[in-house]
Design a binder for this molecule. Structure first.
Ligand code: 5GP
Length: 143
């Protein structure tokens, strides 16, 4: 299956749709998931186009994982998480709903279940506040 450049993350990358950005560099962008499964649920995407991991250029993966590493440590610190879940789905049969490669960064706390995948839309003011907490942790050098 081919890449559709009208997917929502491609629109975010082009600046056509807003997002609560937490991190950006030459190759990657990280922003808040609008239907967070936990407070602090962040998505990290490569700027290079691919549906998912399977059709990605291998050269896009190093910078993607470097950003996942950086953002995961910042989210862990910002939300006082006990652990971090790093998740990535490939094709609809595996749970993928947006077809631009992305990695989920989810803070986990002992005994606190996740909310459903693509469940309820979060309040934008709350997402903005959460993004600010993560940016502050990044600024403080959490990695
Ligand atoms: P997937 O199921 O493809 O791994 O996950 C797609 C994720 O993107 C879901 O967790 C969903 O909540 C999130 N999502 C869907 N639409 C938007 C959007 O317009 N903006 C943002 N920031 N996240 C979105």
């Amino acid at each position: 299956m081919s890449y559709d450049s009208n997917n929502i993350f491609a629109k975010i990358l082009r600046g056509e749709v807003p997002c609560h950005k937490v991190y950006e560099d030459e190759h990657t962008l990280a922003f808040m998931d609008v239907m967070p499964q936990a407070d602090g649920h962040t998505l990290v995407i490569p700027k290079m186009s691919s549906r998912n991991l399977l059709d990605a250029e291998p050269k896009a993966l190093g910078s993607l994982m470097t950003s996942v590493h950086k953002v995961a440590n910042a989210v862990k610190q910002a939300f006082g998480a006990d652990g971090m879940l790093i998740q990535q789905f490939n094709e609809a049969a595996a749970g993928q709903t947006v077809f631009h490669l992305h990695v989920h960064v989810l803070p986990r706390h002992e005994g606190r279940p996740l909310r459903p995948h693509t469940g309820r839309m979060a309040d934008h003011a709350v997402l903005a506040q959460h993004a600010e907490r993560i940016r502050a942790a990044l600024g403080a050098g959490a990695e």
